[in-house]
Ligand binder design. Structure first.
Ligand SMILES: [Zn+2]
Length: 444
């Protein structure tokens, strides 16, 4: 055992004991037989439903027509009749969806614009050591949780948070660069970090990883191939995969996660579909009436988080399309698989001078989601940015919208004009509202 492994193992038996126990649980579950796994999932789904009926004001009301009471045991047939929860309903009823256990210590806000540009705030259960989901997935790629890694993602919490993260992971090294504002300087620094620590894993938002790959190529930079590269936040198309595999010299894997739920599925080393984390999420693909579809048929992805006991989300429509897969995977993991989901859009704006903004756009109205019903950020070919907003009914909606747009102006540092346009409806693109559109041609 190397020092990093010793440190990880020691910590997950002591100060990180809940995370260690959760991780062991996940490793056991991925080896259960399909029947045992289905039983475990079904038991957990019923428990969450029971909790929602007992401890929230919303769910008894939402399911009033079905005559459900706490303790009712459902058949799977009954389950498929539970009404689908859409974003608008969550937004209207958020105050009644939290359980009494939810407070500032047990929960943290999750902000999202989803893939539909409809701002929303839900709550994560902070007591669930959800990071262990990523550890499990990393092992599928030959990366251990104690291995060094480098990420282009959600960072920018300042020096103190960075120091705290460094200390808590020592001697494992984790290097971050903030996808919120990538610049030639930040990418050069990130490249130096990667060269120095030679991480086993490089992970990031698809759009930002492509920016970094283009930058390395333009500057004639190289890195030692890591064990794995992983992308999230938007579909990993086959052309993106081969582009990144060529630049990094390593296999590239797709992760499926969302702001409301966290990790939901990930590819294994076979790169043949994503294994759904069926022990902690119930992922269904449904038709327009909410009826579950069999493997091979494409429909709306609805998800039940089996671990969130502060803000239960049951049969929640994510806004993505998906297709379940049949059959066992050659890798030996029994978690069921889905094809790569479709519907998440790349969240990337480019600024003059080689800078780009790869996240936090979808959360731009996060502090006042009620002020906005729908929004869309449209970058024109001349780099100028138009924020289109369908105003919500919240008090002082206009003021909150103007403040959020002002924040965006500050983020771009006056590099390009940012204007706001109030509209009654947003244009659909291929049957879906896209919340970030860029007409700026990629560099190179
Ligand atoms: Zn597999």
């Amino acid at each position: 055992m190397n020092l990093r492994e010793v440190a990880f193992t020691t910590k997950t038996r002591t100060v990180r004991r809940p995370a260690g126990a959760f991780y062991q649980d996940l490793l056991r579950n991925e080896r259960l037989s399909p029947d045992e796994l289905a039983d475990l999932q079904w038991r957990r789904a019923q428990d969450i439903l029971d909790l929602a009926l007992r401890e929230t004001a919303f769910y008894p009301r939402h399911y009033a027509d079905l005559g459900l009471t706490p303790g009712t045991r459902l058949t799977r047939e009954d389950w498929s009749r539970l009404p689908i929860l859409d974003r608008a309903t969550v937004k209207e009823n958020a105050a009644d969806m939290a359980t009494p256990a939810a407070n500032d210590r047990t929960s943290r806000p999750a902000l999202t614009g989803g893939s539909t540009g409809e701002p929303l705030r839900t709550r994560h259960d902070a007591r669930v050591p959800t990071l262990a989901h990523s550890w499990r997935m990393y092992r599928w790629w030959g990366v251990e949780p104690w291995d060094d890694l480098a990420r282009i993602g959600r960072w920018g919490f300042g020096r103190f948070a960075t120091l705290k993260n460094d200390l808590s992971w020592w001697p494992t090294r984790q290097r971050y660069t903030d996808a919120g504002l990538l610049s030639p300087e930040s990418m050069r620094q990130f490249h130096r970090d990667v060269v120095r620590i030679r991480p086993a894993l490089i992970e990031g938002y698809v759009g930002s990883m492509l920016e970094f790959a283009d930058f390395m190529e333009a500057e004639g930079l190289r890195v030692d191939p890591p064990t794995a590269v992983a992308t999230t936040a938007a579909p990993l198309t086959s052309s993106t995969r081969s582009r990144l595999e060529e630049v990094f010299g390593a296999p590239v894997y797709d992760e499926y996660r969302g702001a409301e739920i966290g990790w939901m599925a990930g590819e294994c080393r076979m790169q043949d579909g994503l294994h759904v984390f069926a022990d902690t999420r119930l992922l269904e693909v449904v038709d327009a009436d909410g009826n579950p579809l069999p493997p091979g048929e494409t429909g709306d992805i609805v998800i039940t988080d089996l671990t969130n006991r502060v803000f239960p989300l049951i049969r929640y429509r994510l806004g993505d399309h998906g297709t379940l897969m049949d059959g066992a995977c050659a890798c030996g993991i029994s978690l069921p698989r889905m094809h790569q989901p479709d519907g998440r859009s790349t969240d990337l704006l480019r600024l003059p001078g080689g800078r780009s903004m790869g996240h936090r756009l979808m959360g731009m109205f996060g502090s006042h989601p009620e002020a906005v019903r729908l929004f869309q950020i449209h970058q024109q070919a001349d780099y100028s940015i138009v924020v289109r907003v369908v105003e919500g009914d919240g008090a002082d909606a206009r003021t909150h919208i103007e403040q959020a747009v002002d924040n965006l102006r500050r983020r771009v540092g006056g590099a390009v004009p940012v204007t706001v346009e109030y509209v009654d409806a947003l244009p659909y693109t291929r049957g879906k509202i896209k919340y970030v559109i860029s007409d700026v041609a990629p560099a190179g």
